[in-house]
Write a protein that binds this ligand. Sequence first.
Ligand SMILES: [Zn+2]
Length: 92
Amino acid sequence: MLKNYVEVAVAEVFDDVLAEIRKRKPDLCGCERCREDVMAIALNRLPPKYIATDKGEIFTSVDFSRVGGKAEIIANLIPAFELVDKRPRHVR
Ligand SMILES: [Zn+2]
């Protein structure tokens, strides 16, 4: 089964980045739609890193060195959150 490892890395830091941004933007929306929009924006910006996995394989610890580093992932997530916060694709 093919998996974009960047997706695994983004999902790993997602909630931490959300919590961090909420410190200055307490009303930041974290609904399913906004989460997926943020993920999509970040994943479209980051070069994918495909790996072959066994079906149902669980990644216990994410190796960020495989995807350009944790800082690189976070640096792409923050502007994605800000974009979706400015223009959420639903009525608040
Ligand atoms: Zn939302």
